[in-house]
Write a protein that binds this ligand. Structure first.
Ligand SMILES: NC(=O)C1=CN([C@@H]2O[C@H](COP(=O)(O)OP(=O)(O)OC[C@H]3O[C@@H](n4cnc5c(N)ncnc54)[C@H](OP(=O)(O)O)[C@@H]3O)[C@@H](O)[C@H]2O)C=CC1
Ligand SMILES: O=C(CO)[C@H](O)[C@H](O)COP(=O)(O)O
Length: 478
């Protein structure tokens, strides 16, 4: 068989077929393969393309690829990736390049990288974001692993990536699993951003009495300013969608219980390992978990009133000025968003040091500007913040974001207090305030924790007035 294909794409489900067609559109010849042959047949029937060829065995697929062979896996993360790598390995040669574009756990990517490196096979863990539409028209791409291998596939990946200010939203991230790590944090930020938007919706709907049309108009207006982003844009449109199975709006017929595939949870678990506070991302994961407790929530809502009747009068959230109320929620959302992104970037900053990955956070922010789910106008501001200071330890400390936080923190506090007084759950907003206060406060109460630890376990403490580790014989003189 003639080796005429530039790249092999394994997995032709939603993401794989969209990427295959995107690559084919850019003039590269793509050899497509899917475990279930009927999927391949369907793709070829529904999306015929002069640069896309169908293959029904891995042997035939590999025989058709130019050397060194470039293979892109776009399959279910976890065991399937190991299974396919095991099938591919005996067919591969040293120098071939395997890329995993799925949402793989970065530690799995570290392991696969090392295993294939022993055989001289070059491995890239490639984070891809943008959903089906992004994959088809231009995703944000986060490749990590062998840099030398990246240089050989960069022309393909950079040509299919989204473009922001004429720059491809694709860059080499770092060694081993760094690309999948960054995708994991991207998804963690995605969870927090979505949770903040959901909480803003709760506030406007239940505290402010906004109708779906008013919600749509408000979110559309927000999308014209600093909050401009893909998630705000789709949210605005979601409120306008009419139901096709029942009267009214679709949003009001969707079960109040959110699913997750796990990438946000990985970010949260990893933050505990690393010792970095990403409380808003963790809160967003927990909010989805709690939303799944439908039976218990139903029982509890009948048992626990949202506010004490005597206090109801004080809890009236606003005077009736919907514009002013929306403006307060908007400012709170913007502050919350800054803090959520600050947490995600702080986690990556720490990983960069701990794993010696030398992550370029400014460049990472710049590839999030288009193509991905968290694409937002303010990623330009994050990019600029890292241009001002490459080693910025926390985004909140950048002059631009500091000014915005100081301008809007009052709205954030008012939204959280209004929500709490009215029994509306706002875990992401509440964690944003707590994080800010823990970050800015001169006193966190940790001196008392240290005293307790030393008292019950002689764990020692440091002093404010002299160096060293001290132990005190507590309660002896009492
Ligand atoms: N959907 C999305 O919006 C996004 C998805 N991703 C990630 O991209 C990857 C692909 O996602 P998506 O397109 O949604 O599809 P799925 O995650 O649903 O995966 C389906 C694909 O995996 C293949 N597969 C599953 N098990 C095996 C196996 N043991 N051996 C070989 N192939 C197997 C399926 O083949 P078969 O048809 O034979 O079952 C099919 O091609 C996932 O890792 C996902 O997390 C990343 C960004 C966005
Ligand atoms: O990777 C993605 C976007 O970048 C997926 O859309 C994301 O995995 C969705 O995650 P979950 O199902 O956990 O909400």
């Amino acid at each position: 068989m003639k080796q005429t294909f530039d790249i092999g794409l394994i997995g032709l489900s939603v993401m794989g077929r969209s990427l295959a067609l995107n690559i084919a559109d850019h003039g590269f010849k793509v050899a497509g393969y899917n475990r279930s042959p009927e999927v391949t047949e369907q793709v070829m029937k529904e999306h015929p393309h002069e640069n896309l060829g169908a293959f029904y065995s891995l042997e035939d697929l590999l025989a058709a690829l130019k050397k060194p062979r470039k293979i892109f896996l776009m399959i279910q993360a976890g065991r399937p990736v190991d299974a396919v790598i095991d099938q591919l390995t005996p067919l591969l040669e040293a120098g071939d390049i395997v890329m995993d574009g799925g949402n793989s756990y970065f530690e799995d990517t570290n392991r696969r990288f090392a295993k294939l490196e022993e055989k001289g096979i070059r491995y890239l863990g490639v984070g891809v974001s943008g959903g089906e539409e992004g994959a088809r028209r231009g995703p944000s791409i986060m490749p990590g692993g062998s840099r030398e291998a990246y240089e050989e596939v960069s022309s393909i990946l950079e040509s299919i990536a989204a473009k922001a200010m004429n720059e491809p939203c694709c860059t080499y991230i770092g060694p081993k699993g760094a690309g999948h790590y960054v995708k994991m944090v991207h998804n963690g930020i995605e969870y927090a951003d979505m949770q903040l938007i959901a909480e803003a919706y709760l506030m406007l709907k239940y505290a402010g009495g906004f109708t779906n049309e008013e919600l749509a108009a408000t979110f559309h207006e927000w999308n014209e300013g600093e909050l401009k982003s893909y998630l705000i844009e789709i949210t605005a449109d979601i409120f306008r969608e009419k139901d096709d199975l029942a009267p009214g709006y679709l949003i009001d017929h969707i079960l109040d219980s959110a699913k997750q595939k796990g990438t946000g949870r990985w970010a949260s678990i990893e933050s505990l390992h690393q010792g970095v506070d990403i409380s808003m991302i963790t809160a967003a994961c927990n909010a989805r978990v709690m939303s799944n407790q439908l039976e218990q929530r139903k029982a509890a809502s009948g048992l626990i009133p949202d506010t004490l009747p005597a206090q109801n009068a004080e809890n009236i959230p606003y005077s009736g000025d919907k514009k002013a109320f929306a403006s307060m929620v908007r400012d709170a959302l913007y502050s919350g968003k800054i803090i959520a992104y600050a947490q995600g970037f702080a986690l990556m900053n720490d990983a960069s040091a701990q794993f010696e990955w030398n992550l370029d956070l400014g460049r990472i922010a710049s590839i999030f500007r288009a193509g991905c789910i968290i694409q937002a106008a303010f990623l330009n501001d994050i990019t600029e913040a890292y241009h001002r200071d490459k080693g910025l330890p926390n985004l909140i400390l950048d002059e631009f974001f500091l000014a915005r936080i100081n301008q809007n923190q009052n709205s954030l506090r008012r939204v959280v207090s209004t929500a709490i007084l009215n029994g509306l759950p706002v875990p992401a907003f509440a964690n944003a305030v707590s994080y800010l206060d823990e970050f800015r406060s001169k006193a966190n109460g940790a001196n008392l924790i240290q005293a307790q630890r030393d008292c019950f376990g002689a764990h020692t403490f440091e002093r404010t007035d002299r160096d060293g580790a001290f132990h005190h014989e507590w309660r002896e003189s009492l």
